[in-house]
Write a protein that binds this ligand. Structure first.
Ligand SMILES: NC(=O)C1=CN([C@@H]2O[C@H](COP(=O)(O)OP(=O)(O)OC[C@H]3O[C@@H](n4cnc5c(N)ncnc54)[C@H](O)[C@@H]3O)[C@@H](O)[C@H]2O)C=CC1
Ligand SMILES: O=C(O)CCC(=O)C(=O)O
Length: 474
């Protein structure tokens, strides 16, 4: 029975200590959850039951992981069970502290608040991979990360249902002015009102961005008797009796409730501003649970003060406090106090995806992706690198190694890599490669590799001008 060995190395400029002795470390055990609930989990599990050889990038105890923003216990458990060094913080970190902390970690886990700009990432000399324990990845400079061989993973839909359900709650709450009535009762005032309070049955919901969240919401809204229209840059199949409209303007003119479910991009910045509020129906409502930059908030304040917009629900803001207990005041966003002073406005602290179900599922999904990437180099689900997978090496292949070479997508690289491997008399048993833009990802399982040869393979690959990152797992 082959002893799992443990050797590989981060790229030279992101050197980490590693054991060249091939000293055995703890045997890898797939976390039980790896076989539950996901296609990849099943894939990994099937391979394991066929006596997969467990590859290790480093001595597991040397893998340093920093988890910020209160990543769920499920994710922490999976990473800890691998034997990695896991440090956990409840909050995000301001840039200077982040730069200080990011220098020596191999893996960083964040949620939506931690800004991984090029300035921050260039300090991350050891960083192999970032796990965004959320949907949005706009907080990470994905291109910079890809160009430096740092993989980024997220959880593309584990919290979509939670957001959709929150929005349904908000539609009813706005239509019935529930926030205001509740606040009045808390202050001791009885104020029984029906004027300008409505049923939602028969009203039109306009969904901007008909992706995972928008389409879930569509189903729920129709079940409540609403008519659903949506606008998206893509032509997408309508669910139920909903209908795609050709322009944002057409949606704004028709909808009683407008709800935003687009990502943060240059195109969606201030997507809803003065001109759009002018297009909206008098007495209509706006909901934003996407990203704070999508709505021009001073324009919203004006439109609400003018009575054009009858109510709004905001879950996200251009600047959000770093931690619970921090204040939401003008120092953070210049208009915060004006916003708080409006009637029929629901302000929530970015809780769209904050349910037990969503956070547990995200914890498992992202942590499993991180383990697969660290231990096997599999990039399935990565948002910035080409998605590459390959069946595991098995314990019957004791002298095999997995070579991972992230490189510039230029002609001739495969030939050079294979020449290097052939020069060492290593047969390439299987190989796969894919590219995304100008970055390519090559994975090869090679035979006849002695421990002493690992360094040569790595050094030879490192010397190629196309190299971004070399890893050798065995
Ligand atoms: N409040 C919260 O806690 C949460 C917020 N979010 C935010 O919600 C956003 C949407 O999430 P998903 O539905 O999962 O994303 P998705 O990627 O499944 O769907 C987004 C849709 O927006 C469309 N789109 C992109 N740019 C557009 C534009 N300029 N105009 C019109 N349509 C456009 C896309 O074609 C896509 O169909 C995320 O990017 C994230 O920022 C996500 C989860 C939780
Ligand atoms: O609660 C979070 O971590 C952020 C949720 C979110 O905005 C997202 O998943 O993109």
């Amino acid at each position: 029975m082959a002893v799992p060995r443990d050797i590989a190395k981060a790229p030279v400029e992101r050197a980490v200590s590693y054991s060249e002795s091939g000293s055995p470390t703890t045997t890898f055990h797939s976390p039980p959850s790896a076989s539950q609930g996901s296609f990849m989990g099943a894939l990994v599990h099937r391979a394991a039951s066929a006596a997969a050889k467990q590859l290790k990038p480093f001595n597991t105890k040397e893998v340093k992981i920093l988890l910020l923003e209160n990543v769920n216990q499920t994710g922490r458990d999976i990473l800890t069970a691998q034997g990695y060094q896991v440090e956990f913080l409840k909050t995000s970190l301001p840039e200077d502290q982040l730069i200080e902390r990011i220098r020596d970690v191999h893996v960083l886990g964040i949620r939506s608040k931690t800004k991984l700009t090029a300035k921050v990432l260039q300090e991350a000399k050891n960083l192999l991979v970032v796990g965004c324990f959320c949907i949005g990845t706009n907080q990470v400079d994905l291109d910079y990360a890809a160009q430096h061989g740092i993989a980024v993973f997220n959880s593309p839909f584990a919290n979509s249902r939670s957001v959709a359900e929150l929005v349904i709650g908000e539609i009813i709450s706005l239509a019935r002015q529930l926030g205001d009535r509740s606040l009045e009762m808390h202050r001791g005032t009885w104020n029984k009102v029906s004027s300008k309070c409505w049923e939602i049955r028969g009203k039109t919901l306009g969904i901007v961005g008909y992706g995972h969240i928008g389409s879930q919401l569509s189903v729920l809204a129709e079940a409540m008797g609403m008519t659903v229209i949506y606008y998206d840059v893509l032509t997408l199949m309508a669910i139920g009796t909903s209908r795609q409209v050709p322009t944002l303007e057409a949606l704004l003119e028709d909808a009683d409730f407008v709800t935003l479910h687009v990502p943060e991009t240059p195109e969606t910045k201030n997507m809803i501003s003065t001109k759009e509020f002018e297009r909206m129906k008098k007495g209509s409502y706006l909901i934003n649970a996407s990203r704070g930059t999508v709505v021009d908030i001073p324009a919203l304040i004006k439109a609400m003060r003018a009575g054009k917009i009858a109510g709004a629900a905001l879950d996200v803001y251009p600047n959000e406090p770093a931690a619970n207990g921090d204040y939401f005041v003008n120092e953070l966003n210049g208009w915060a106090e004006d916003l708080r002073g409006l009637g029929n406005i629901i302000l929530t602290p970015h809780i769209g995806g904050s349910t037990e179900e969503a956070q547990r599922a995200i914890g498992v999904e992202v942590a499993e992706a991180l383990v697969r990437y660290i231990n096997q180099g599999i990039t399935l689900g990565s948002v910035n690198l080409p998605e590459v997978t390959m069946r595991s090496l098995t314990v019957t292949e004791p002298k095999h190694a997995r070579v991972i070479y992230v490189h510039r997508n230029v002609p001739g690289v495969l030939r050079k890599v294979n020449e290097i491997l052939a020069a060492g008399e290593h047969n390439v048993d299987k190989q796969t490669s894919d590219s995304k833009g100008d970055v390519a990802y090559l994975m090869a399982d090679v035979s006849n590799v002695e421990t002493e040869q690992i360094k040569d393979i790595r050094d030879s690959l490192d010397s190629l001008s196309s190299r971004i990152l070399t890893r050798v797992l065995y």
